[in-house]
Design a binder for this molecule. Structure first.
Ligand code: F6P
Length: 378
């Protein structure tokens, strides 16, 4: 294999904090350490398909380190192996246009492509690798549920948002003797609710891995009330579900690889709890859905450093010709795994090697929370 001279990168899927830190590290390392030329495709795979690109030099990455989002923009709707188009009669059809993307890479003499994204984006990265493209993947998600890696950038910044929101909710909950519910993201993994909830001193944490019983949740509120704590803070993961029940779905987006959009469990809980609580204690229940705030804002210290590690390691992998692989962190050290082994967890949470990284209901984190009186609605 010839030595790389020119590389490209793109960001796909949904954004998170730390993406710009990764982009900055890739560009700096590629130019300063290896003297590579770098281009960035804009809008994820859409830019690769339409050949919408920008030459990346040290100036293009000035001042972006701390900013959330991605200067390259991104999209989670452009699967080039099943691309949505309309035919001559105006009918919607899905076509494999990956060869157009490959032709664009050839036109630019790209030796290797770094693809930063979540499960859907990395599934296409795997498919480009199968077609002979030198691909290096970097996992990205605030959900922290990527198998094979201990932590993803964006997660810790999202936790900070959750903790600060819970801190703010405490003072208003206390002042009005209210039950406050904060709904947070995370898809089918409860990491954000669990760690954010512990840090923000939630009284009840509801996560997908531990289905809840509404009466048990109500019991915690009564117990606290009877002890003189007339407010209760509940941190609920968007993927939480009742025992024997299912998740709350906000929308179905057929064009997204992650078509089931979760959301609304906080409102549902409030309705159910109100019937049980209000007649007894008179407490009001209020819901806050933290939503997309979790994905934005100023990138925190941890994610700036983590993004730098992910980005610079990806460029080292190109220099070492380690293609078809994704950067991971194991035992706090940078490493890589075959992309084939980790993609495919999308809506099911399952990959070929076992599935998304989810919370262990009997693990240290859950146990520590239980030890200090946090309940999980069982
Ligand atoms: O996977 C990251 C995430 O923010 C999830 O926590 C959330 O369920 C989903 O993306 C939202 O996706 P979208 O940006 O398509 O609404």
């Amino acid at each position: 294999m010839k030595e790389a001279k020119k590389i490209a990168l793109l960001t796909g899927g949904g954004d998170c904090s730390g993406l710009n830190a990764v982009i900055r590290a890739i560009v700096k390392s590629a130019i300063l350490k290896y003297n590579y030329e770098v281009i960035g495709f804009k809008g994820g795979y859409h830019g690769l398909y339409t050949d919408d690109f920008v030459k990346m030099d040290l100036k293009t990455i000035t001042g972006i380190f701390h900013q959330g989002g991605t200067i390259l923009k991104m999209s989670n709707k452009d699967n080039l192996f099943k691309y949505k188009m309309t035919d001559e009669s105006g009918k919607v059809v899905y076509k494999d246009v990956s060869d157009v993307a490959i032709a664009n890479l050839k036109k630019h003499n790209i030796d290797a492509l770094i693809i930063i994204g979540g499960d859907g984006t990395l599934t296409s990265a795997r498919d480009f690798a199968r077609k002979g493209i030198n691909v290096v993947g970097i996992p990205k998600t605030i959900d922290n549920d990527v198998p094979a890696t201990e932590i993803t950038f964006g997660y810790r910044t999202a936790l900070d948002h959750i903790m600060q929101s819970l801190d703010a909710l405490h003072t208003t909950a206390y002042s009005h003797d209210r039950v406050m519910i904060l709904e947070v993201m995370g898809r089918n993994a409860g990491w954000l609710a669990l760690e954010g909830g512990i840090a923000g001193s939630a009284d009840v944490i509801l996560i997908p891995e531990i289905p809840y019983n509404i009466n048990s949740v109500a019991q915690t509120i009564f117990d606290r009330y009877n002890r003189g704590s007339k407010f209760t803070i509940i941190c609920v993961s968007e993927g939480a579900k009742p025992i024997g029940g299912d998740v709350t779905i906000k929308a179905i987006d057929k064009d997204s690889p992650d078509s089931v959009k979760l959301g609304g469990v906080g409102d549902l809980l409030a309705k159910q709890l109100e019937k049980i609580i209000k007649p007894v204690t008179g407490q009001d229940i209020r819901v806050t859905n933290l939503g997309y705030i979790q994905r934005g804002g100023v990138t925190n210290t941890f994610d700036r450093v983590l993004g730098t590690k992910y980005g610079s390691y990806a460029v080292d992998m190109i220099a070492n010709q380690e293609f078809g692989r994704m950067v991971v962190i194991r035992n706090d050290r940078m490493d890589s795994v075959r992309i084939e082994e980790v993609v495919g967890s999308g809506q099911t949470g399952q990959t070929s090697t076992g599935g998304a990284r989810i919370v262990n209901p009997h693990g240290d984190l859950v146990n520590a929370a239980r030890d200090i009186g946090i309940t999980f609605g069982e």
